[in-house]
Design a protein around this ligand. Structure first.
Ligand code: SF4
Ligand code: SF4
Length: 384
């Protein structure tokens, strides 16, 4: 059996947050089971890009502050590490993300050390799943004594949901991420890469910031939703199984989690997960909006058909009225499908990874739904 602790927590008030985290950890056996004085503890938040904490796109900086303060109080050396997605002028925007998010300020004020995964070196690992090519993961993950994953509760326009399992993708430094999107463009295969990272890096604890979640067109272009929850578990898949249930999503609707179930990253069945903390059953987040393409229950019940329909129906398109010409999407596209001058997307080349939509901090990449039949004809004639 896996255990997931669900704590109610309405805001980022530091004192209350620390209390909720400490009480939740008691139910998991206490902090001392995981950390001790002198331990180097790496916190791995969701720092997807240069976004503010209020955007709900990243793990909130006050959530991070609470974690740093607790761990420093236990005599630990605390690192905060991640690598953001995308590229600007050929460079991943991680340094900028640490500033804009407020993480750098938290680190300075609380005495933590920032580890920009793009410049800390890598460790070579051999994946055990479908893709056998060697993988290079950020070195601090292996140098730290304890690694704590701090995902954000969010929707994902391409994969419906992103949480504890997906958050490890930031362990791949810098621009290498694009290579994996290219290698595994469909969500199920992408899930294999995530399972590889989990099996190689062995994170110790997973604590989700679901206080202000993101609904709608996540992971960056959605809206803030008052979720009021913190989820804690040793098992990332069990945590995600509980989180998606809170959102009204079934496990079969989240293809990126399939490989983690198959490969034993954790427990995916709710029957084998116990709930403790402020809740003993899984609370539902009322009126939580899924991404548009997943909103109809009827459609979600016909997964195979949806795959075919969505394949032709939903495409990224740059909205030139909102576009600031930063070229983050152009430089981050793993197959160079976006024209730098016009921002037109070459759909026969596009692998529909949705990175451009995910990474545009100006929310200028829309996911366009167009007439199915017209797209079907166009798709059949153009697609490789
Ligand atoms: S759509 Fe425009 S603003 Fe958004 S990432 Fe691309 S170039 Fe930048
Ligand atoms: S255009 Fe966007 S969705 Fe298509 S491959 Fe490039 S980044 Fe991915």
């Amino acid at each position: 059996m896996s255990k997931v602790i669900i704590q109610g927590c309405k805001n980022y008030d530091l004192e209350n947050l620390i209390e909720k985290l400490n009480n939740g950890m008691e139910k998991l056996g206490g902090w001392n089971q995981f950390v001790g004085p002198g331990d180097i503890v790496l916190l791995k938040p969701n720092l997807i890009g240069p976004k503010s904490s209020d955007s709900a796109a990243i793990t909130h900086s006050e959530f991070l502050r609470a974690m740093v303060r607790i761990l420093k109080g236990k005599g630990c050396i605390v690192w905060i590490g991640d690598s953001s997605g995308g590229a600007i002028a050929g460079i991943a925007p991680t340094a900028q993300s640490f500033k804009v998010s407020g993480y750098e300020r938290v680190a300075e004020e609380e005495g933590a050390i920032i580890k920009n995964f793009d410049s800390e070196g890598v460790v070579e690992v051999q994946p055990k799943g479908k893709f056998q090519e060697k993988m290079y993961l950020a070195k601090p993950i292996f140098d730290a004594d304890v690694v704590i994953n701090l995902p954000k509760l969010k929707t994902h326009s391409a994969g419906i949901y992103t949480g504890a399992v997906k958050n490890v993708f930031g362990c791949i430094p810098g621009l290498r991420k694009a290579k994996y999107h290219k290698m595994a463009p469909n969500p199920e295969d992408f899930g294999e890469i995530l399972a590889d990272i989990h099996q190689a890096s062995k994170l110790h604890l997973h604590i989700m910031d679901g206080i202000i979640a993101m609904e709608g067109e996540g992971p960056t272009a959605g809206s803030a939703y008052r979720g009021g929850k913190i989820l804690i578990s040793k098992d990332p898949l069990a945590l995600d199984a509980v989180a998606i249930k809170m959102l009204g999503i079934e496990m079969e609707d989240v293809p990126i989690l399939k490989a983690s179930i198959k490969r034993g990253v954790g427990e995916g069945s709710l029957e084998n997960i116990t709930i403790e903390g402020d809740y003993t059953t899984i609370p539902k987040l009322e009126n939580f909006k899924l991404p548009k393409r997943f909103r109809s229950n009827k459609r979600r019940n016909y997964n195979a058909l949806i795959k075919v329909i969505d394949f032709f129906e939903t495409r990224p398109k740059v909205n030139l009225k909102k576009c600031k010409d930063c070229n983050l999407c152009v430089e981050s596209c793993p197959v160079e499908a976006i024209d730098k001058a016009t921002k037109k997307i070459d759909y026969p080349i596009c692998i529909e990874c949705m990175c451009c939509h995910e990474l545009c901090i100006h929310q200028a990449v829309d996911l366009k739904k167009e007439k199915f039949l017209a797209n079907l004809v166009a798709g059949l004639s153009q697609r490789r």
